[in-house]
Design a protein around this ligand. Sequence first.
Ligand code: SF4
Length: 319
Amino acid sequence: MSWLEAIHRKLSWSHSRALLFEECPRKYYWRYYAPYGGNAPWETANREMLYLLGRLTNVPMLVGSIVHTLARDALRSARGGHRWAEGTFAASAQALLKKALNASRKAAGHPPRGEGKDTAVLAAHHYGQPFGPQELQAAMERAAFYGRKLYEHPAFQRALENPAGLLAIDSYGRLTLLDVPVLAVPDLVQQEQDGSLRVIDWKTGNGVAGRLDTYARQLAGYALYARQQWGVEADQITCEIAVLQDGSTVSVPVTEETLRQTEGRIAASILEMQSRLRDLEQNQAHREDFPMRPGSNATRGITPIACQWCDYKSACYPQ
Ligand code: SF4
């Protein structure tokens, strides 16, 4: 019997969880319920396979996560009085990527070992697709590029200039709404000399402009948390998206009204998630209550375009 049979997770809300729920309820179910015996006791699909599919990643996502690790480690080090040299950023990003790729290669093809031992697995490794010297070089160049871009970004430089003001660096925070924990992990919360707060999120990739609306909602959630955690008014909070690719910064306005709307939006999202559950107390769900994307027909093998790139395609459309 798989170790996943004994796992039970309580309901919590996060921006990424809500996005998945909006994108495709079945995907949300595969990711947050189906792998765990305690949350989806009726599920007959292979839990280990579903768990594994939820850990798959690609090079842009892996590099994005490495850059976030780099930002966290460099800023925590600066706060401790040790500032990293400029050249360290590109080199460290490449070293972290090398390590992650080695771990992914080793983990691919093996059943997941247990909670807290997760390794992101590159989809190419999982499916045995080519990932040769050319792909490796492109990935290493991408890591070095974003490592440098992080260091050069004005928001990062500004953070380095005032290490004593770095209040929270990639730290888990939470508030409670409708008795459900709402998780917030802002990349950086910085306190200015006048006591106001800046909430900053690092973004990699070139699709930032097309997702500003989503990112604004994410940052508004962090602002809600910051107001509660540090007891400041909305007009003392500034939210910024640091676009690493071109060094620009996009400000997200925060007012009492935005925070009120954000609270309402999160509460509505929680209620909608809860409405799908078979057992609210136990946070248990059944696959039937989480429809596939509109236009899907698993029995006739009809797959909407978006399903072609989905990691759960093999679960929705078994051969
Ligand atoms: S394959 Fe399509 S229907 Fe299935 S989880 Fe993914 S997006 Fe949803």
